[in-house]
Design a protein around this ligand. Structure first.
Ligand SMILES: Nc1nc2c(ncn2[C@@H]2O[C@H](COP(=O)(O)OP(=O)(O)O)[C@@H](O)[C@H]2O)c(=O)[nH]1
Ligand SMILES: Nc1ncnc2c1ncn2[C@@H]1O[C@H](COP(=O)(O)OP(=O)(O)O)[C@@H](O)[C@H]1O
Length: 393
């Protein structure tokens, strides 16, 4: 256990009304005041920053879904983020990060030219790596993914992309794609809500962070069907994934499949075939794809895909990391912190079933962050008698 970090000062202050609880966190020349405010019976989190140099208050633009705005305690984790622990909600919903200077916040500050902070929800456990599947139009990506989802409905979940293209006859909004208007989609991209986006065959396509996170929240492994540009962007992002490129046995067979599918006009088919050549050329880009999969015989190809996925099966499902009864209402507040752990104490003093009156939150292997989730939290009980991680399934 390390020493208390001396440079982090936390001054929880409770102002006048019991409806307005605020925490002041000092970070260099700035003081972040995080407070619950009740306006017109609607409770929300207010955030203000006092710049000590200029003695002025700044109201930042706040990105991300905010915590439930019950009572809370807060502590500075490092110069990038503040941990906020909510009381009166389930333990699974109680851990949040207010990002004040992460790479995402820095980028958004630059884009907007404004002071920005962003919320990110803390999630226990690590998830299995998402699977990115790319390949030319008509090669059989959708067919392979549909087979996988049918055979393993509780193991895999599909990342539903946004697109500005029109729906095909059998496509359902929200299931195959989120069919979106261009201006709204462009605005959401500029707000930082997308993991990646690309112009493909004349339309805009993109993966929202929520599309991936919501699958992962369900404890499923996320599958992304995206083009090569998208795969490149995901490679460059903080999302660790495995990348598979599906190739046709020949260009002639690709053309045959595309025509047989009967979903595109001749002009659209020609455009897809032109783009297919470029995509096939890029499939060998060094360091981009982990696996090349030839889709000749469908059943044989599907078996190969399954083999590829089990090769990467080193991460266990995340449900092993949840505190038993993490859905029960909890009332923890921050007690202290070390380099990598924050200690929480139950305010009611009573032991929540499966948890404990004293918890250690291990922050050493956090991944992700605003505007999605911060994953990789580990929580264990440190009750004096019961020090054996009782309560961790
Ligand atoms: N970059 C990116 N590409 C996407 C996304 N969703 C779909 N695509 C790709 O866009 C291309 C066209 O998809 P679609 O219109 O469904 O046509 P299809 O490939 O002929 O079935 C395919 O290469 C998809 O992999 C996305 O969210 N991002
Ligand atoms: N191995 C295969 N052999 C023959 N036809 C295939 C094979 N895989 C897929 N198809 C067919 O090819 C067409 C294109 O497949 P699809 O999954 O829509 O491709 P993509 O999603 O890559 O655009 C579909 O009509 C599908 O039934």
């Amino acid at each position: 256990m390390g020493e208390e970090a001396p440079e982090f000062r936390v001054d929880p202050i409770t102002l006048g009304s019991k409806d307005c609880q605020q925490n002041a966190i000092v970070v260099g020349d700035k003081t972040y005041v995080i407070g619950r405010t009740d306006d017109d019976s609607k409770s929300s989190f207010g955030i203000k920053i006092l710049d000590k140099l200029t003695q002025t208050w700044i109201v930042p633009t706040v990105l991300g879904a905010q915590p439930p705005s019950k009572s809370h305690s807060a502590i500075l984790i490092n110069e990038e983020k503040i941990l906020v622990v909510e009381k009166g909600v389930s333990l699974n919903d109680s851990i949040w990060f207010l990002e004040i200077d992460t790479p995402f916040v820095k980028q958004q500050r630059k884009i907007k030219g404004l002071e920005v902070v962003s919320w990110s929800k803390g999630v226990l456990g690590v998830a299995q790596k998402p699977v990115v599947i790319s390949g030319p139009s008509g090669v059989g990506k959708g067919t392979l993914i549909a087979k996988l989802m049918k055979e393993y409905p509780s193991k895999f979940g599909f990342s539903v992309s946004h697109t500005t293209r029109s729906p095909r006859v059998k496509e359902i909004d929200g299931v195959h794609y989120h069919f979106a208007g261009r201006s709204k989609m462009e605005q959401d991209i500029s707000e930082g809500e997308f993991l990646e986006f690309a112009h493909v065959h004349g339309n805009l396509y993109g993966t929202s962070i929520e599309a991936v996170e919501s699958v992962t929240d369900e404890g499923k492994r996320c599958i992304l069907d995206i083009d090569v540009q998208g795969a490149r962007s995901v490679r460059a992002s903080s999302l660790e994934a495995i990348f598979i490129f599906v190739c046709p046995p020949s260009f002639e067979e690709l053309e045959k499949r595309l025509r047989a599918r009967g979903t595109e006009t001749e002009e659209q088919i020609q455009k897809r075939l032109r783009n297919a050549r470029a995509e096939l050329d890029q499939s060998n880009s060094p360091g981009l794809f982990d696996h090349l999969l030839v889709n000749d015989n469908l059943e044989a190809c599907y078996e190969n895909l399954k083999k590829m996925l089990s090769l990467d099966d080193d991460h266990k499902d995340s449900d092993g990391c949840f505190i038993e009864d993490g859905k029960a209402t909890a009332c923890y507040s921050i007690l202290s912190k070390t380099e990598s752990e924050v200690f929480l104490q139950s305010e009611t003093g009573e032991v929540v079933k499966g948890a404990a009156s004293l918890l250690a939150v291990d922050l050493s292997s956090l991944t992700g962050g605003a505007p999605g989730r911060t994953r990789g939290l580990k929580i264990h009980s440190i009750n004096s008698i019961d020090n054996d991680l009782k309560g961790i399934r």
